[in-house]
Design a protein around this ligand. Sequence first.
Ligand SMILES: [Zn+2]
Ligand SMILES: [Zn+2]
Length: 138
Amino acid sequence: MPYRTSNHFCKEIDKEITIDKDTCPHCKMPIQKWCLSTVENWSLYARKTGFKPYGPHRQLLDRLFSQYWEDCSACGGIGIIDNTKTSNSKWIECTKCNEDGGKWIGTEEEWDKLVYEVVSAYPDSIVSSKKNTDNKIG
Ligand SMILES: [Zn+2]
Ligand SMILES: [Zn+2]
C-alpha cells in the first residue's frame, strides 16, 4: 500500500521536519504526499520501462531512459494521487498518466534504440517488450 509521508528535509532550515500541510512553510516547496513501498516502486519501474527494476542494467537504463521520460505533473511521477472523489480509499490511481508516473516523450525509434542498447549489454534485464506496441508512444 502507498503510504502518506509527512517528513520533509527542508533546505531552508537545514533539518528534517514533519509537515501536515501541502507546502512547506519555510521553503514553500510542495510536499510529496504519497510514498510507494519498495515493491510498488519496483512494479512502477517495470511498468514504466518494461525492464527489471533491479540489477546491473539500472545505471545504463536510467541514464538513457531519463532523457525521454517526463514525470507526470498530476502525481509527481508516482502514479497515485489523493482520492477526493470517494471515501473508501485515501488515494487513487492517477488517471492522467494511467498509473505510469509519466510518459515516454521520445520517438518509437528512440525507444527501440534504448531497448537494443540495454538488452545488448544486459540480455537478462528485460521483462516485457510491450512498450514497442504501446499506444502511448507518439
Ligand atoms: Zn521546506
Ligand atoms: Zn500521474
